[in-house]
Design a protein around this ligand. Structure first.
Ligand SMILES: [Zn+2]
Length: 342
């Protein structure tokens, strides 16, 4: 077993984490105070107590309540800085962070240029800490409606953030299937913006198939429910579709039954699915990427070489340019050569 302190130094890549889901209770309270917002509780323990999700829709409800503290471009920079400081401490070298434009443009009234300016600033601040950040701008299903084209418009217009690399789709998957969003993803794709879609989390295998075939998703966010269809698993293995797995998220939201020891990541790996490990919403799930890797090591028999392979697959599934990818792989090889105790 690689001890946690050594695991913290492993060069890492994270492909699936939400800026708006990264707010630690302390950050939520500080931003609430800055903006004069009454959250109905003013200590961290009381806030953490609220994070006991009943189900996925309850989580979404809490997620939107938490968003109320992000009022200004400065708040966005503060939130992103807190996240990238955490990533730097775990030696995360490349992070593709999802953020939801609708939450800030439509709900808060920020101008597109203000939102993009905040993301640009946060990206520069992260780079100074050794973390290369890119942004996935995502549509939250049912909040940004299929005909709104807000996110696609931003990504293909003059105010796109400098570090934007893809368009995402999250939110209530069962109620708002991929087929409703075909046109807006076609608009982005025509402008060269790839798709990265949440699927196979709150809905079953068909949702994964639709993400691939209708929206041309280059990776699948979550994807764990693909296991309900052996033919789909075979396809994912044959095509080596990258699957962004977030174990603690799945357990806490009740997507996969039982505790972490029953999470299907071990089975996905054994079957040869192209899996990476991610945190999804580290602030709400009170986790870190290092912690997720510790869990996978402890409960699913992934050894040191396996943990390195997870990072290798993640950088290969990322939108990192070739030079960055090669530099990361070198760094990873050096870490492995330094030896680990397993
Ligand atoms: Zn997610």
């Amino acid at each position: 077993m690689i001890p946690a302190a050594r695991l913290a130094t492993l060069p890492k890549v994270e492909l699936h984490l939400h800026l708006e889901g990264s707010l630690r209770p302390a950050t939520v309270l500080a931003l609430a105070e800055r903006n004069g917002i009454d959250l109905g509780c003013d200590d961290e323990d009381a806030l953490v107590e609220r994070y006991r999700f009943r189900d996925f829709l309850h989580f979404i409800e809490l997620f939107y309540a938490g968003l109320s503290v992000l009022q200004t471009p400065d708040d966005l920079v503060t939130a992103a800085d807190a996240l990238t400081t955490e990533l730097a401490a775990q030696n995360v070298r490349w992070a593709e962070i999802t953020t939801t434009p609708q939450a800030h443009l439509a709900h808060r009234g920020l101008a597109a240029a203000e939102y993009a300016g905040a993301l640009d600033q946060a990206q520069r601040n992260a780079a100074a800490k050794g973390v290369e950040v890119r942004w996935i701008l995502d549509i939250s299903r049912g909040d940004e409606l299929p005909d709104d084209h807000l996110t696609a418009g931003l990504l293909t217009g003059p105010d796109a953030p400098a570090g934007a690399v893809a368009m995402g789709l999250g939110g209530p998957e069962a109620e708002w299937p991929a087929r409703l969003y075909v046109d807006t993803f076609a608009q982005a794709r025509a402008a060269g913006v790839p798709a990265v879609v949440h699927a196979g989390e709150a809905a079953g295998p068909q949702s994964v198939v639709d993400a691939l075939d209708l929206l041309h998703s280059q990776r699948i966010g979550h994807g764990v429910r693909a296991l309900e269809d052996p033919a789909l698993v075979e396809r994912l293995v044959a095509e080596q579709v990258p699957i962004e797995v977030s174990p603690t998220s799945n357990v806490l939201l009740g997507i996969t039954p039982g505790g972490i020891e029953r999470h299907p990541i071990g089975e996905l790996l054994r079957r040869g699915v192209n899996v990476s490990v991610n945190t999804d919403d580290p602030g709400y799930f009170l986790t870190t990427l290092t912690r997720e890797l510790e869990l996978v090591q402890a409960h699913h028999g992934v050894d040191g070489a396996g943990l390195v392979a997870l990072q290798r697959r993640a950088i290969e599934a990322s939108f990192a340019p070739a030079a960055t990818r090669d530099a990361f792989l070198d760094e990873l090889a050096k870490w492995e050569a330094a030896g680990h105790d397993d």
